[in-house]
Design a protein around this ligand. Structure first.
Ligand SMILES: Nc1nc2c(ncn2[C@@H]2O[C@H](COP(=O)(O)OP(=O)(O)OP(=O)(O)O)[C@@H](O)[C@H]2O)c(=O)[nH]1
Ligand SMILES: [Mg+2]
Ligand SMILES: [Zn+2]
Length: 338
């Protein structure tokens, strides 16, 4: 690293403009032309949470980003809509909070979808369920039971932003110098939680819900802040859809018991869908593996395979296109020289 460079973290991204968090607080920053030029994919550009080498100028009020340090983790998903490509959500995350609202948003299939994405990135997932104040004790117990039948071995906290219940439990999970992010649908209370943790109304929240209950997202960009205890948290806009590409490992970690049951399959290449003597199907039959969990596993696997194949196909076409351009350019030069 050059002498004048310092290390900072990307705290927010807006197109090609960045904010960084470093030795002089939060400062605006831009990336060098070289870095911009070399970034072939979206994922090569700085992401929130990235550690970067920067050079300050203008009395440390502005900075130039020269280099992105190697990421310890990267959280990514398929870009929304039909486009098959990766979109980086955040970098260097240690723990990801999956936030669902107990009252309206609780959904186990979606929860597993998040778990796959987070496990794929080797980030530690934590499940936190908001709006506890809106449910009776019986309703809460029913949800907890459902949850424990489907996903095991994760930290789970039911809490309320409204009356503050169990916020201290969430606070206890936040450690100095560790990076966290909040993931979940719009309106579940991510930004409200962050404001509660900060003890100040820093983040805009959605106080008025439109008639259809959907409305617009209150949060529109990812942003990282530092809590008093030194923990870093990234707030994200609610995700409407969550597509996964390349999640073999994420699936294996999230559904680790499938791998165990698969040891009893007769065929090595068993797909666990129609084969005879399949250990996984037997486990479903014997109720060792819940039907719903199995169904979701098959669904996510199928979808991810489709996306991965489309992605490879796209890359191949891009490559061929690149080659064609090169050929055309070469011929043009040749013709020109003649
Ligand atoms: N009753 C109750 N309301 C809550 C709770 N947490 C959040 N809310 C309300 O839910 C609404 C949405 O909260 P936000 O914090 O803006 O939700 P968000 O997850 O940040 O939403 P996006 O930024 O759109 O992704 C606000 O009106 C909050 O006051 C809770 O624990 N209990
Ligand atoms: Mg928000
Ligand atoms: Zn099988």
């Amino acid at each position: 690293m050059t002498k004048n460079f310092e290390i900072a973290r990307i705290s927010s991204v807006h197109r090609d403009q960045y904010s960084i968090l470093g030795n002089y607080g939060e400062v605006f920053a831009e990336i060098t032309g070289k870095l911009l030029y070399e970034a072939q994919n979206l994922i090569d550009k700085p992401l929130v949470g990235d550690k970067v080498e920067v050079e300050y100028f203008n009395n440390n009020e502005l900075a130039i980003i020269h280099q992105i340090k190697k990421r310890t983790t990267i959280l990514k998903r398929k870009t929304a809509g039909k486009k098959i490509d990766y979109q980086g959500i955040a970098a260097n995350i240690d723990y990801a909070f999956i936030v669902q609202a107990l009252e309206t948003d609780f959904n186990l299939n979606r929860l597993e979808r998040y778990l796959v994405m987070i496990n794929e990135a080797h980030i530690v997932p934590i499940i936190i369920l908001s709006k506890k104040d809106l449910l009776t004790k019986e309703q809460q117990d029913a949800i907890l039971e459902e949850l424990e039948n489907r996903v095991k071995d994760y930290q789970i906290v039911l809490f309320s932003n409204k009356n503050g219940e169990n916020l201290d439990q969430i606070r206890k999970l936040l450690k100095k110098d560790k990076t966290y992010c909040l993931l979940g649908s719009s309106g579940v209370g991510k930004s409200t939680l962050l404001n509660n943790l900060l003890g100040a109304e820093i983040f805009a929240t959605k106080e008025i819900r439109e008639k259809d209950g959907k409305g617009k997202h209150a949060t529109t960009k990812r942003q990282m802040i530092k809590l008093k205890n030194g923990a870093l948290i990234i707030d994200t806009p609610g995700m409407r859809e969550l597509g996964n590409i390349d999640i073999k490992e994420g699936l294996n970690i999230t559904y680790d018991e499938v791998t165990t049951f698969a040891k009893d399959c007769l065929f090595n290449n068993c797909t666990h869908t129609h084969e005879k003597k399949c250990g996984v199907l037997a486990a479903v039959e014997n109720k060792k593996l819940s039907q719903k969990r199995y169904d979701n596993y098959i669904k996510l696997r199928k979808e991810a395979t489709y996306h991965s194949m489309s992605y490879l196909d796209k890359r191949r076409k891009d490559k061929n296109f690149g080659k064609m351009i090169k050929r055309v350019l070469k011929n043009t030069v040749k013709n020109h020289r003649r």
